[in-house]
Design a protein around this ligand. Structure first.
Ligand SMILES: Nc1ncnc2c1ncn2[C@@H]1O[C@H](COP(=O)(O)OP(=O)(O)OP(=O)(O)O)[C@@H](O)[C@H]1O
Ligand SMILES: [Mg+2]
Length: 568
């Protein structure tokens, strides 16, 4: 910040220098004309030399001013964008459930840009006006206070006009920014879901919806342009009125001998010098209005009610697997659906399968256990301690989480696998590939581990993506592994093989897996059956299979299914 302040002071100094030098130029031109009137050739040449010197000084000042102030605004923009990005990455799960990606993109891109325009070009013009006005007005008053008051009178209307237009444009600007964000949100969603759009023949409808949003954006942009275009004629009109006063009233003062011809020439120069800053005042006022609207939207984002996540720090993990405990934990949404109240205890090295129908709360339970969702009531203990800013990062450092929708980054397979363990060796990566039964696949890929998997891993099949996500978690050698239906897209035979390998590889790590398949649940020591977010059965798989209930029913159905498949 101190560095910026220094640059700002330099920029300020250059602006004042440039403006003062530029304002003094008409003064010397007036004196040169006066000297010419007296036929003082030598004097007029000296004055013209001064005029040239100040013009050159103004040019140099303008160059320095632009360099420092525009450079500063770019630097501020970069910092603002980066801090916004860090802010977004420190938001918890709940924040992203309220936000739309397109809207966030428009804030990080467009709104930060409007703030830059104000801190750079806007501030520069404003400072120029501030420094040109007193010098020029001082010299004008010094030359003739009567003529100054007369020509400045119309300028007051300019300020009033700009104020009114500015207010109006601010209102339109706010709507315009919302319209732009709606447009980006809609197009982002359509492009992400482009396959669904095409397969369902929704192109026309989506194009029509996009057209409506785009028309609204264009309409508001045009309205804004109409408002903007009022600035120039207003300035020209008022500049013209001032010129008229100058010629009529100033001319009469010259005729009366109160004013010299040189003074009148100087006045013409002063008015020309004032015209541009006055016009840019309107422009910069508008930039400030836009920036205000942009900053308001950024502030709304920055004032998210959720506290920031604790910063990532280097952590030394306990050697033993994680122990987890849930005490009357609930996580229910406004719809009433969700999880809990639920009690659960997992000793280090335990394995638990979570079974239940669609929407029974399996994913939510795993997200709570992962520390990604905070319980709305009750609490979770990890290694006997409640989750807090200190313990959350330790919990995550030892966590291997495989979400239900395997998300991959558009990078190489190697990078996707090793992202949780950047120091992993080639052998380790291949070992993991064998555990998740994808070593054959990697060998078949044209560039092996260095194959780029495309956005979200498009070049891989669902099952391949799932296995990559599983390998990514395993490579961290977690002390707690959470698998959320992590192999649902893999055939039963491969799944059995992977589960077998997994046990050998994981050693004693604590394991919780959510699944729809009974034979997968049977690989765990304990099974928890969920319905509507509550536990309806819990116990070892043999005793649950022997009791009447959902688990036994599922087992019967799935055994029948398997027999049928084997029979065919
Ligand atoms: N962000 C959310 N906002 C509102 N309701 C939600 C949200 N996430 C989940 N739910 C609701 O919570 C319930 C449990 O969801 P959850 O994803 O845990 O189900 P699940 O058991 O994992 O289902 P599946 O077998 O389909 O994966 C569902 O009824 C779902 O509609
Ligand atoms: Mg789920």
């Amino acid at each position: 910040m101190a560095r910026h302040r220094r640059t700002l002071y330099w920029g300020l100094a250059a602006t004042v220098w440039c403006s003062v030098a530029a304002s003094v130029v008409p003064y010397w031109s007036g004196r040169a004309v006066n000297a010419l009137e007296r036929s003082d050739w030598h004097g007029s040449r000296v004055f013209l030399a001064w005029m040239l010197t100040f013009t050159a000084a103004a040019g140099l000042g303008r160059y320095l001013m632009r360099n420092t102030l525009i450079g500063l605004s770019r630097e501020v923009e970069r910092e603002q964008r980066e801090s916004l990005y860090s802010f977004l990455l420190a938001r918890p799960f709940a924040f992203y459930e309220r936000q739309r990606v397109g809207d966030l993109m428009s804030r990080v891109g467009d709104d930060v840009g409007t703030v830059r325009m104000a801190t750079g070009p806007g501030l520069m013009s404003f400072l120029q006006v501030l420094s040109i006005l007193p010098v020029t007005l001082g010299l004008m008053f010094h030359t003739s206070w009567r003529l100054t008051l007369a020509v400045m009178f119309p300028f007051c209307f300019l300020a009033l006009g700009f104020y009114i237009i500015g207010k109006w444009s601010h209102m339109v600007q706010q709507k315009l920014q919302l319209a732009f964000s709606a447009l980006t949100t809609f197009s982002h969603e359509t492009i992400s879901g482009e396959r669904v759009v095409q397969a369902f023949g929704l192109e026309e409808a989506r194009v029509a919806q996009f057209g409506a949003l785009s028309r609204r954006h264009a309409m508001l942009s045009m309205k804004q342009s109409v408002i903007f275009s009022a600035y120039a004629p207003l300035s020209a009109l008022i500049g013209g009125a001032s010129a008229l006063v100058l010629v009529a009233y100033g001319g009469s003062l010259v005729v009366k001998g109160v004013l010299t011809l040189g003074d009148l020439t100087a006045f013409t120069g002063f008015l020309v010098a004032l015209a541009w800053p006055m016009m840019s005042l309107g422009w910069s006022a508008n930039l400030f209005q836009r920036a205000k609207a942009g900053q308001e939207r950024l502030d709304q984002l920055l004032q998210s009610p959720e506290p920031s996540l604790p910063p990532a720090v280097a952590i030394s993990l306990p050697e033993v697997p994680a122990a987890l405990e849930l005490e009357a934990v609930t996580h229910r949404f406004e719809t009433g659906r969700g999880l809990g109240p639920l009690d659960l205890a997992l000793a280090p090295g335990d394995s638990l399968a979570v079974v239940g129908g669609i929407g029974s709360g399996k994913t939510l339970l795993l997200q709570v256990l992962a520390g990604l969702r905070e319980p709305h009531s009750g609490r979770m203990l990890v290694d006997g301690e409640p989750l807090s800013d200190q313990t959350l990062r330790r919990h995550w450092a030892g966590l291997g989480w495989v979400p239900q929708d395997a998300f991959l980054f558009s990078d190489t397979l190697r990078m996707n696998l090793a992202m949780g363990r950047p120091d992993a060796t080639e052998e380790e990566i291949w070992e993991i590939a064998r555990v998740v039964a994808m070593d054959d696949l990697i060998r078949r890929l044209p560039e092996g581990l260095d194959t780029v998997v495309g956005e979200r891993g498009v070049i891989l099949s669902g099952g391949e993506r799932q296995r990559t996500a599983l390998a990514r978690a395993l490579l961290r050698r977690p002390r707690l592994l959470l698998l959320d239906d992590a192999l649902s897209a893999v055939d039963a035979e491969t799944e059995s093989r992977i589960l077998e390998n997994l046990r050998g590889f994981l050693g004693t790590a604590t394991l919780v897996l959510a699944t729809h398949r009974v034979f997968v649940a049977e690989t765990c020591a304990r099974v928890l059956v969920l319905e509507e977010g509550r536990t309806i059965q819990v116990g070892d798989p043999e005793s649950l299979a022997a009791q009447p209930g959902l688990f036994a029913r599922l087992k019967r159905l799935q055994s029948l299914e398997r027999e049928l498949v084997r029979g065919t």
